[in-house]
Structure formats: structure tokens, C-alpha cells
Design a protein around this ligand. Structure first.
Ligand code: Z5A
Length: 213
């Protein structure tokens, strides 16, 4: 049986990384074989591309360059890591994937959704996540969480509030167009409540797989 592909999306500080670990541990406890990964990155080449993309000294980076680098990293990630794992029946849980490209490079940077869809079709050949969790919360709350966590900011984190509002709206709009694939979580709630909603969705996934087995 093929594995499942789960992606986590949201604006910064929404809790993706925190809940990636939670999902990994929860699924492992259920006996699911899985790998966790992230975008941009996930492979040696992808991580090298990530360093270029996040480098805050690269203020001259063009939106087209950014878009193509995201998909270059993704092409490597898919062929080297995600698709082989899925074919082996493993679950793959990724911190971000192509929904981020529509939200950041599309809605926020202004690249056309049609252009993104063309590259997506070429790189992914009809491969999409089975489930995408969208961690939704007001931008100010996410920014405050990131600030209290401390550490260096990257090239994306230099952007202004308005940029992230566009990202947030784009995620919600994409979720409303295909509600069966997306689980929108109110990430301003306590971690315990957020994680209960995640468990509900993971249990649904496992039940529907048992029915079709
Ligand atoms: N990007 C793109 O433009 N196009 C693409 O196609 C792709 C990516 C794939 C890197 O992503 C950048 O790449 C990203 C978009 C762009 N830039 N931005 N912004 P990233 O995922 O590596 O970076 P990030 O979004 O900035 O991640 P983050 O700031 O680390 O956010 P997070 O992982 O969602 O948050 P977290 O670390 O889990 O949580 C933040 C803090 O909040 C932490 O201290 C937690 O303990 C706390 N937290 C989490 N949940 C809660 C709740 N519920 N209550 C209270 N506190 C909480």
C-alpha cells in the first residue's frame, strides 16, 4: 500500500515545527513508519538551496528567482526523498510544501497562480498531499511568538505585516476551495487544543485507510 503525504502550512510562528514533532510521535506510537522533512530543504541539495533562499543579505533576489529556487529544491526533494518513501508505504510529513508557494510567491510576491500551476504540474506530475494542516492565527500573535523564541531572522522574516496578511488569506482561500484536503486549525488556541484537533484528523485518516484496506 502507498504511504500518505501530510503537509503543515501557516504563517510564521504558527506552530508548524512544534506540531511536526507531535505528529511524528503520535503516528510512531500507532506503528506508522514515517519520515519527517521540510521545505525548502529536505535533501542535501535542497538544504543548500534553502540557505540561498533564506539569506537576508540577498535583498536583490527577484521573485522569479525565488519561485524557481523553491521548485528546484522541491524537484530534488520529491525525486530523492518523498516519492521513494511513499512507494515504500511510508508516511511523509513535511513542514511546508507547494501551498506555501501559492501563498508566498503567488499571493504575497504577486507571481501569477497560473504560472505557479504550470511549474507545479511539471515538477509534481499530479502528486499532491493527502492532507494539509493549516495553522491559522493572527499575524501579530505569530510574530510575538517568534520574537519571544529569539534567534536570527531570515530574508522572509524581514517582510512587513501586510505581506503576511496576504499569505494568511491565500492559505484560507485555498483551504476553502478543497475542504476535503485541508484541515484549518485555530493556532491561537492552547497547544493542547490544537493537538486534539490534529489527533481527530489523523484518526479520520487512519480509519478511512482501514476501510479501504
Ligand atoms: N517558503 C516560501 O516562500 N515558499 C515555499 O514554497 C516554501 C517556503 C516551501 C521558511 O519556512 C520560509 O520559506 C518561510 C516561507 C518560505 N518563511 N517565512 N516566514 P520555515 O517554515 O522554515 O519558517 P517559518 O514559517 O518562519 O517557521 P517558524 O517561524 O519556525 O514557525 P513555526 O514552525 O510555525 O512555529 P514553531 O517554531 O512551532 O512555534 C513558534 C513558537 O510558538 C515556539 O516557541 C512554540 O513553542 C510556540 N507555540 C507554538 N504553538 C503554540 C500554541 N498553540 N500556543 C502557544 N505557543 C505556541
Amino acid at each position: 500500500m502507498l504511504g500518505q503525504f501530510i503537509t503543515l502550512e501557516g504563517t510564521e510562528g504558527a506552530g508548524k515545527s512544534t506540531n511536526l514533532t507531535f505528529i511524528k510521535e503520535w503516528l510512531e506510537n500507532k506503528g506508522v513508519e514515517l519520515i519527517v522533512t521540510r521545505e525548502p530543504g529536505g535533501t542535501e541539495i535542497g538544504e543548500a538551496i534553502r540557505e540561498v533562499l533564506l539569506n537576508k543579505d540577498y535583498t536583490a533576489m527577484q521573485a522569479e528567482t525565488e519561485l524557481l529556487l523553491m521548485f528546484a529544491a522541491r524537484a530534488q526533494h520529491l525525486q530523492e526523498k518523498i516519492l521513494p518513501a511513499i512507494k515504500q508505504g511510508k508516511w511523509v510529513v513535511s513542514d511546508r510544501f507547494t501551498d506555501a508557494t501559492y501563498a508566498y510567491q503567488g499571493a504575497a510576491r504577486g507571481m501569477s497562480f497560473e504560472r505557479i500551476a504550470e511549474i507545479e504540474n511539471w515538477v509534481q506530475q499530479g502528486f499532491y498531499p493527502n492532507t494539509t494542516f493549516i495553522f491559522d492565527l493572527p499575524i501579530e500573535i505569530g510574530m510575538a511568538r517568534v520574537a519571544s523564541r529569539g534567534g536570527e531572522t531570515d530574508r522572509f522574516e524581514q517582510e512587513k505585516h501586510d505581506f503576511f496578511e496576504k499569505v494568511r488569506s491565500a492559505y484560507l482561500q485555498r483551504a476553502s476551495m478543497a475542504p476535503e484536503r485541508y484541515a484549518v486549525l485555530d493556532a491561537s488556541q492552547s497547544l493542547e487544543n490544537v493537538q486534539q484537533s490534529i489527533v481527530n484528523r489523523l484518526e479520520e485518516m487512519m480509519q478511512s485507510m482501514e476501510k479501504t484496506a
